[in-house]
Design a binder for this molecule. Structure first.
Ligand code: ATP
Length: 297
């Protein structure tokens, strides 16, 4: 028997970062949105843990570990430990979310693996326990389970759905060279600043106010990421040149996002950006559903 579960990429419409805490984490005030780029995770029972990965479209999977450090394997191990059982699975990842792109692809795989194995082995893990295991795996994993649009606090692991009346369209510009999240946070610490509130973004979402959202989206890590990778300024300039309503660095980068008015604009701007030398540009919409079952054979 095998089970396939789909999990979405996330973007942070507002990423407010506070000063580093004593435990080394930064307190976050963020609004997540799940967008229509997905990883599919297929699991079946096996004699040992194993993981394989294949790209969907142009995604470069070379940075994905194929041993026990893959977060999907860690998710499986944590779930079996939680239930006190000894079982193993082979985990196949079809990857449509850019790797190390600030879109939480690894977190999506972890969330999908939890849901898939829970179903495969009929573990009936409660939602609260799944969210707790997810939080242990990583700050972005609980949101990958939840999907939609949500307010994130703590280190991002405490998630609550927020009102979002819009259907938002994005052009997504991945970068061939990923960025290290800890390195971006170190650069942020050196620069100082941050602490931007999510209030403006939440108001704009609740009233489906496109101009309001364009004015309010913001990422406190953006200045630090641009300092580390000056070439991203060119990407941002190309997005503006193509005519997006607003630009935004996704999470800790290097993926850049452009907010556009509708689906037609998104496709036109994608063409313009490809012509400007960004071959990997994709169109995405949000909010979309969180981690969900897609196949059961
Ligand atoms: P972060 O969640 O650290 O901000 P990100 O969203 O930028 O990361 P991910 O695609 O989640 O990017 O990958 C971050 C790193 O995690 C990768 O460079 C890779 O070494 C490691 N990794 C472990 N498991 C996975 C996985 N299943 N998919 C992708 N990367 C993984």
């Amino acid at each position: 028997m095998s089970i396939t579960v789909r999990a979405p990429a996330k973007i942070n419409l507002l990423l407010g970062v506070g000063p580093v805490r004593e435990d080394g984490y930064h307190p976050l005030d963020t609004v997540y949105q799940a967008i229509s780029l997905y990883d599919d995770v297929t699991v079946s029972t096996s004699a040992t843990w194993s993981v394989s990965v294949e790209p969907i479209g142009e995604v470069d999977c070379s940075g994905v570990p194929l041993d026990d450090t893959n977060i999907a394997v860690r998710a499986g191990q944590l779930l079996t430990a939680h239930h006190g059982i000894t079982r193993f699975a082979s985990i196949g990842i079809s990857k449509g979310i850019p790797v190390a792109g600030g879109m939480a692809g690894g977190s999506a795989d972890a969330a999908a693996t939890l849901v898939a194995l829970d179903r495969l082995w009929d573990l009936q893990t409660s939602d609260d326990d799944l969210l707790a295991i997810a939080a242990e795996l990583g700050s972005d994993v609980p949101f990958a389970l939840l999907g939609g649009t949500a307010h994130g606090t703590g280190r991002g692991e405490l998630v609550e759905p927020v009102a979002d009346d819009g259907t938002w369209w994005w052009v997504v510009v991945p970068h061939p060279q990923g960025m290290s999240t800890p390195e971006v946070y170190r650069a942020f610490d050196a620069l100082g600043g941050g602490g931007t509130s999510t209030a403006g973004v939440r108001d704009a979402l609740a009233s489906a106010d496109l101009d309001g959202l364009a004015a309010a989206i913001h990422n406190d890590l953006q200045a630090a990421a641009l300092e580390l990778r000056a070439d991203l300024r060119g990407t941002e300039a190309d997005l503006r040149g193509a005519g997006v309503l607003a630009t935004l660095l996704s999470g800790s980068g290097p993926t850049f996002l452009g907010l556009v008015a509708d689906q037609d604009d998104a496709h036109h701007l994608r063409e313009a950006l490809i012509d400007a030398g960004h071959p990997g540009v994709v169109v995405a919409t949000g909010p979309v559903a969180g981690t969900h079952l897609v196949n059961y054979v």
